[in-house]
Design a protein around this ligand. Sequence first.
Ligand SMILES: *[C@@H]1O[C@H](CO)[C@@H](O)[C@H](O)[C@H]1NC(C)=O
Length: 512
Amino acid sequence: MSLHTRQGRTLLRLSIVFNILIVAAIFWIYSFPIDDPALTRSAADGEPSIRVVEKVVERVVEKVVEVPQIVSGASCSLCTANATLCDEMSEGSVEASISYRGTNQRLRRALAKMRSGKPFNVAVVGGSVSRGHTLKEDPEETCKANLHRRIFDHLDAKFPGKGEAFISLPSTESKKGEGRNGFVNGAQGGTGSDYFSMCFQEHIPTDVDIVIVELAINDQNYLEFQRPYELLLRGLLDLPSQPAIINLQTLALPLHALVSGAIPHTAIAQYMDVPTISLQHAVMPQILRDEAYTKQVFVVHDDGEVDGRHLSRWGHQKMGDIVNAYLDTQLCEMDRLEAAEKKRTGKSDIDIDTLYKLDPLPRLLTSDQWDPKRTIPALRPTCASMNSPNKPVPAKNDGWTEWAWKDKNYMITKTPGSTISFEVNTGIGIVQIFYLRSWEFHLGVLKCWLDDNEAAAVTMQGYWDQKFNIGQRYDVAKDASPGKHMLNCKFLGKDGNKASGDEFRIISVMSI
Ligand SMILES: *[C@@H]1O[C@H](CO)[C@@H](O)[C@H](O)[C@H]1NC(C)=O
């Protein structure tokens, strides 16, 4: 023990002497005059390194001036578009937010029309974050702190319409005819792409130019969510106004998985060439390193509890600003393309349909088998919901009535053997019923089939043992022939479970 201590002391002394020698040597070197004035240093005037940097900067600046006026694509970056944003969040996290870029053809086409002076509509299909839940301003959907409103305001300031902008809660109205720009927030809390793929047209104007879709935290981390999400994107892209979609992915912590619908969605967005911007990629690494960062990203309630499902005002602002910077990078790229096009044609204007031509959608769905000939028809989803002005109208009805609990409306029966039929129209053969599932309302079993094909009937259970009540979709047909069909349903009453009972509640009838 003592031997070790004595050796240790000797080593310590030696190392102190050595350090003194090094410091002395450095002073000795600096006491010689150095020729380069930028490096000259005496004890009084220091900072040679800064002067060296100045020289380097001068050289770089000289070089930059030499490059031609049309800047390269690389300079149209998010951080060039908004340097403040990158200062606040770090360049790395802002750049990481671009999950998929794609061709941006539709987006540029939409922006080119805006730039040419045409009025435009921006609409939102999303969940409670998009709805602005917890922003605590009235109305949360359209207040200036809402990330989507921030995006609309950015575009509206650049490309103002005639008169005041039309700012609205879910609505199918458009004021483009009056030359006005419009913003419609069609988001619904707790609603995923299975509902929106069929029913988006009940919540936003179909004459829309840019649709922002935010459903990554409302759908789950399972492949079965790809189909409704793909149908949603297609249905939107198939609208006669041929809008661009921006896919926004936000994040929420207390879900079934840390990353939920973003996983199945991203592959579909790539296949459909839909640009995808993810706040999750920008902030999750920091959240995982430092839990306190959740207080920045998410809402903090008065009692100090962090609501890990809903973005804070900061989160709304940053998500909005990232998208705005992205839009600006597209405008920057378009300047470059348009300058080259004008040079090529010798004209002072560009032709939008030539430079930003509308490409056809992929002929097939991701889940289809390869078929060199087949092209799926344009999707025209239909959604007759008891909760919208467009209610399902029975073609035949024996024992069903309309009924409501508060603002929730149903077509309901309490008599086993009751039948109801609806006429439906389908393009790709999907017919669905949306109905209530509950553990407490004593719901029974419904049997449904198309036309006379009762042999192929499906049955759906109203009762379940999960401790919440929620609407759920069920496919009555997945590959019916295109065109009109009769959807027939018969209430069978209780199932084997003693908590089930003699009641059934239909919410909507949907087809695509
Ligand atoms: C850039 O980002 C900052 C920080 O989020 C924001 O305050 C500012 O309004 C943004 N500027 C533009 C032009 O979007």
